[in-house]
Write a protein that binds this ligand. Sequence first.
Ligand code: HEM
Length: 537
Amino acid sequence: ASYADQTVTRGEGGETHQHAGGEVPVLTTQQGVPVADDQNSLRIGRRGPTALEDFHFREKIFHFDHERIPERVVHARGFGAHGFFEPYESLADITKADLFQRPGDKTPAFVRFSTVAGSKGSSDLARDVRGFAVKLYTQQGNWDLVGNNIPVFFIQDAIKFPDIIHAAKEEPDRGFPQAQTAHDNFWDFISLNPESMHMALWIMSDRTIPRSFRFMEGFGVHTFRLINAAGKSTFVKFHWKPKLGLQSVVWNEALKINGADPDFHRRDLWDAIQSGNFPEWELGLQLFDEVFAEQFAFDVLDATKIVPEEQVPVRRVGRLVLDRCVDNFFAETEQVAFCTQNIVPGIDFSNDPLLQGRNFSYLDTQLKRLGSPNFTYLPINAPKCPFHHFQQDGHMAFHNPKGRANYEPNSWGGAAGGPREAPDAGFTSYPSEEEGPKLRIRAETFADHYSQARQFYLSQAEIEQRHIAAAFTFELSKVETPAIRARMVAHLLNVDEVLAKAVAEGLRLKAMPAPAEPARPVDKSLKPSPALSIVGN
Ligand code: HEM
């Protein structure tokens, strides 16, 4: 008999055996031993117990037993694809980063989109932040731009990250809710941390539930530095602008889609790429120098603030195209390891205390998640330029240094001595001048928590404002503790009175609370910014 071009026989128990032959390879064990029968374990007698000596059975079950690795501590649910980045113009005047030197030069890229709070098996259309992580395999090493689809963040200092994530994920006693903002712990944290207010407005807005990844913006969030060949530094905010424009779904649609197809976003990306409909984003830069940065009313090191596009226009400098799905979800999308500290010559960090903390966290968690310091050799993580170093051993060391040299300086000349330093071409940190007493303190320039939240709200079209009020009402109506609801309304009074009243009415609050006391007066002169509204885009 033949089934899908393979010879098929039936065993004595009626089970199906498909045979190797022609182009069909022989099934082997991990040791390469050819397997005669993969349907039956080795028994004593026809109906007897299974024999311990069945090495094929034991190897197969052993490997299966160890298939799972820990899911990411955040951003567990994600979907990735391959593509490339190409600059439109040379940016040599502002950065020496190799990938920005020659227009049209293609740099391979891998992008993983994700949700933050839900587990690996949660639904795609949760009300949550989306990750937009880009790995660029440049000729001078890997640059990871690990961003989100929202340009600001909940907290200003990485030391609060475990707290916000604990509060956002399922509550520890009951183990729910999953991937939902609607619960007491989450809103308790937000209401006690006014610095979250700008981000809270964003996640209650239509920006939060994209129609698909293809219609979503990305942001590097922090202020970074670009460094040119002369050593000059320019501050930069990174943006990804979708060529298809910005589109979202409303909550009602999200609920139905989640019910009908919790894989809606990943299926959309897969289908688009497989049918040759390659999604594209333009890389946008907001560039400003330190003197200009001083003029802002906020601190450019504060990740809860945007740099308004009206003040610093976004310059579009290249495009990112996703044109290839992964061959294997686990090997690529699951094992990819993005890390904010992966930067290349021509790019540098700012002192943003959130970014500085992230630079520790990613590598640390990935050692746990991927199990070996050698995860950098996995094909999805390895640079695509030549790389040579003396790191050795550890679990899964299959690329140890060759020969005698595993340290330097050494006396073994030429190639036998192994790789050496490159003082001119190698990465050097921007020599910013830093001094001051060692303090555990937050600068007062971080203290305005409402002005940009208010500006964001006022920038929304009327229908978007109504959606924000409805989202706050719905989410806070799930909060059982009255004091938390009232505290949130007290904050909203500093954002917009109409919004606060709509939410208070929706929640049937008995009395309107007094506005929360702002640490800095709210700047009510900020003009709405059209760039922040989806309707306007
Ligand atoms: C994962 C973005 C803040 C720790 C991720 C991912 C993204 C992301 C996109 C998913 C990467 C992937 O697809 O594999 C951001 C942004 C932040 C932020 C934009 C703020 C602006 C933080 C902070 C910390 C942190 C403050 C810790 C101090 C982590 C960890 C992972 C992660 C541990 C899991 C990484 C892994 O297991 O591979 N983040 N994050 N993040 N983030 Fe963040």
